[in-house]
Design a protein around this ligand. Structure first.
Ligand code: CP3
Length: 330
């Protein structure tokens, strides 16, 4: 998830001097921000500080990241000609600073580094709508009314995402996460026809990298069996579904999730109860990565996050020390 950000005073201080894209484009700053939550919270992995929109820099799509809004594309894609004008993304040429940042973090981090990319559907939704949108009406319209244009766009974005994640692995990331943040807006049959084949190709292509892949989306309760079939060693879910119920649909894969980030704004007792419920739902089964169901909100108290990490670590230790204690009893 987004684990570095505005809830951290150190991050806010950096953002007074640099834009988000400046931070992403300066390897030393990027590495520093990536490692902030690791040092501050004691989390078990770092996620590269970046944004899903970075590949658009190389594809010839100007955009800016607006505070409180997210990425905003200057000239949204609407026609076949717009799609044909996209340039292929070449990570070493277009975003060498991301790969440098990865190498820097790997030299300094004591925990594994997660690389990431936006999934083709979620990237397509930004390209077509021009910015984040709840209904994704223009995206759905293209998908239904111009299936050939849609397929061509998804093909190009799948190629870009594959190239990007392969380059990140070569530079040193040890896990990749694919963010299909807005795919929950789709009907299952539309996902199956218009998104699934591309996700299948993406995960099939990633297998050769040898690193595990996390497949994340929000609002995906009705899509979990299809998303699992599309691929991913771990499926990430948000709080709109009970973890135990989600796992039944996911079956053999691991699961990541799924605390509501808004729960962290309440007093810590509320956070602890919600976290323990998730841990109980997972029932100690191997393959659960405790996480929030989406990114950390800017209003979140740092101390709540720190205590949450401790609580999860303690619960793990208790669960795994019990057999040893039992053996040592007379
Ligand atoms: O934890 C980390 O260090 C990684 C940080 C990270 C960012 N973007 C930095 C960022 C990650 C994993 C992303 C991915 C991303 N970007 C996604 C997929 C993950 C998700 O949350 O679903 C999406 C949909 C985006 C697009 C985007 N960029 C949005 C929706 C926003 C938020 C707008 C806002 O102001 O609230 C951004 C901006 C952004 N990217 C911030 C951060 C830390 C917000 C803070 C800032 O503007 O400095």
């Amino acid at each position: 998830m987004r684990q570095a950000g505005r809830y951290q005073p150190e991050y806010r201080a950096l953002r007074e001097r640099y834009t988000l894209l400046d931070l992403c484009r300066t390897p030393e700053l990027c590495a520093q921000v990536t490692l902030l939550p690791v040092r501050q919270l004691g989390v078990d992995a770092a996620i590269l500080f970046s944004d899903i929109t970075l590949p658009l820099l190389g594809m010839g799509v100007p955009f800016e990241v607006v505070e409180g809004v997210g990425p905003v594309i200057e000239a949204p894609l609407r026609t076949a000609a717009d799609v044909d004008a996209l340039r292929p993304f070449e990570p070493e040429r277009d975003v060498p600073f991301v790969l440098d940042a990865i190498r820097l973090v790997r030299r300094e981090a004591a925990v594994p580094l997660i690389g990431f990319a936006g999934a083709p559907f979620t990237l397509a939704s930004y390209l077509i709508e021009g910015r984040g949108s709840r209904e994704l009406l223009l995206t759905k319209r293209m998908l239904h009314e111009a299936p050939d244009v849609w397929a061509s766009l998804m093909q190009r974005l799948t190629d870009a995402t594959l190239a990007y994640l392969r380059a990140q692995v070569t530079a040193g990331v040890q896990v990749v996460q694919i963010f299909d943040s807005w795919v929950g807006a789709l009907a299952p049959r539309d996902y199956e026809a218009a998104v699934f084949p591309h996700m299948r190709r993406l995960f099939d292509g990633l297998r050769a990298t040898g690193v595990p892949a996390i497949h994340f989306g929000t609002g995906t309760a009705g899509l979990l069996p299809l998303m699992t079939r599309a691929g991913g060693d771990v499926i990430g879910v948000d709080w709109r579904v009970r973890l135990g119920d989600a796992w039944e649909h996911i079956g053999h894969a691991g699961i990541q999730g799924n605390l509501d980030p808004a729960a962290l704004l309440a007093r810590f007792g509320v956070v602890a109860t919600a976290a323990r419920e998730i841990l109980a739902d997972a029932g100690g089964r191997p393959g659960h990565i405790f996480n929030l169901g989406h990114g950390v909100l800017p209003q979140t108290p740092v101390d709540h996050l720190r205590r949450l990490v401790d609580l999860v670590h303690d619960s793990f230790l208790v669960a795994h020390q019990q057999p040893a204690d039992a053996r040592s009893r007379p």
